[in-house]
Structures are given as structure tokens and as C-alpha cells.
Design a protein around this ligand. Structure first.
Ligand SMILES: [Zn+2]
Length: 58
């Protein structure tokens, strides 16, 4: 199997994609803690996951 390093867009850290990883999967960058969304598998590409803001309103 080939290696599929995916790069964190925030800190540039390379991260190994787990086998069975799918587009849309949310990963956590071990280096900076940013949540990443898998955008593409070939070539492996990640973007920042949509921010989930705590908005409890009132
Ligand atoms: Zn990172």
C-alpha cells in the first residue's frame, strides 16, 4: 500500500492518513490541534474543518 501523507494547511505538518479514510472525514492535527477535513484522497488534501462554535443562544 502507498503512503498517503496529508498536510495540515495550518501548520504544514504531514499526517499519515489511516487506511479506509474517506473524503469528508474529520481529522485532528496532532501538531497544532486544528480540526481538518479530508477534501481529497488523490492527491491527499486537507482543509480546515468548519468551525463548530458553541452558540447556545439564550
Ligand atoms: Zn496542524
Amino acid at each position: 500500500m502507498e503512503n498517503n501523507p496529508i498536510e495540515c494547511p495550518d501548520c504544514g505538518e504531514s499526517k499519515q492518513l489511516a487506511s479506509g479514510c474517506e473524503v469528508g472525514q474529520i481529522l485532528n492535527c496532532a501538531a497544532c490541534g486544528t480540526l481538518l477535513e479530508v477534501l481529497s484522497l488523490s492527491p491527499p488534501k486537507a482543509g480546515k474543518a468548519p468551525q463548530i462554535e458553541e452558540d447556545f443562544g439564550e
